[in-house]
Design a protein. Structure first.
Length: 349
């Protein structure tokens, strides 16, 4: 069997170029394996070769996705390769999005096999699990050795056209795809079997999993707004000028808490939006359009609300994973409770 020819994609950190300060590195191609690719090459042995490594900064990929993926396609086309392996990205949000996007894009555009690895809560999972196989990893690079071995084994099986079984048997993240197959029992019999198992509290597995939705109990109504402390939380990406916390324009991995103690309104001299999912012109002209400090100050002076909380909380909702959003919400809610905030105005784009 011919050797499996692989293009490996990694970010600037794993290539040894640098951390966040180098996240704007443009895509570049290096012949042979680099960083974790060296371990991947060793795991592949004589059955596969990493012919080249593509390196790109996380910010560059997520902020300039269209032009970056096209540039990468041009870089790798001359290699006549069989497979793109990206990462593994573990729980790194922007890296996961880049891995999922570049792998699924090259798979579609060039007809190659594609594979990556991520922690289930990585935002890249929800975005790309239906497009390609994503092998499940732990949440940090401490799992690198096991993840690399798993990816190498799976990659070689894909090349050999082995039958890929279900996600539980194979260790990839559930893709949510349905395929027809023949079963010894017709559907009505299987349904009755499941019902009997359920009634007798025996284990069973549904053949059609329904989506799970959170049900959040509404809070109690505010009895007297004139005594209420109000806070602003936004997914519209409003930040102090210069985006000091470097909140990502897409697939945010963090949120910011910003003081408005000295502000009666927000202007283009002091605030802007970091959001990459809508036209920022109007928000950059006047951030009050997303975070209405001016109106709430008026209501505060008129005695219609008790007090405006001296901080607002901001992130970008563009592509941000539900798991990340839940974590932000938990942290913000705890802070609001500690500061005895009575109500929150949530704004978006």
């Amino acid at each position: 069997m011919e050797k499996l020819k692989i293009i490996h994609y990694i970010n600037q950190f794993y290539a040894g170029i640098g951390g966040e300060e180098k996240a704007d590195e443009p895509p570049q191609l290096i012949k042979g394996p680099v960083g974790p690719g060296i371990a991947l090459q060793a795991a592949l042995g004589e059955s596969g070769d990493i012919v080249a490594t593509v390196v790109c900064g996380d910010s560059t990929y997520t902020e300039k996705m269209d032009e970056t993926r096209e540039r990468i396609k041009e870089l790798v086309k001359p290699f006549n390769f069989d497979m793109i392996i990206a990462g593994p990205a573990f729980n790194a949000g922007r890296y996961g999005v880049a891995c999922g996007d570049v792998a699924s894009f090259l798979q579609k555009e060039l007809g190659v096999f594609a594979l990556t690895g991520m922690y289930p809560e990585n935002p890249g999972v929800d975005l790309y699990k239906k497009e390609l196989y994503i092998l499940e990893t732990k949440n940090s690079a401490a799992d690198m050795r096991k993840a690399i071995k798993k990816m190498a084994t799976f990659a070689l099986r894909m090349k050999q056209n082995d039958v890929i079984e279900g996600y539980k048997e194979e260790g990839y993240i559930k893709r949510g795809l349905r395929r027809n197959y023949f079963n010894d029992k017709r559907g009505s019999e299987r349904a009755v079997d499941m019902l009997i198992s359920k009634m007798n509290q025996r284990p069973y597995e549904t053949e059609y999993s329904m989506p799970e939705f959170d049900r959040v109990k509404p809070g109690n109504s505010i009895k007297d707004l004139t005594k209420a402390k109000i806070a602003i939380v936004t997914s519209g990406g409003i930040v102090p000028k210069g985006n000091p916390d470097h909140i990502e324009s897409s697939s945010a991995s963090k949120y910011g808490k910003y003081s408005i103690k000295e502000f009666n309104n927000l202007s283009n001299m002091d605030h802007e939006t970091a959001h990459g999912g809508y036209d920022p012109i109007f928000a950059n002209e006047d951030a009050d359009r997303v975070v209405p400090v001016d109106v709430l100050r008026d209501l505060e002076k008129e005695g219609k609300i008790g007090k405006l909380h001296p901080y607002f909380y901001s992130t970008t909702g563009n592509g941000t994973a539900v798991a990340s959003a839940k974590k932000f919400a938990t942290d913000i809610a705890l802070d609001l409770k500690e500061n005895k905030v009575d109500a929150v105005i949530l704004t978006s784009t």
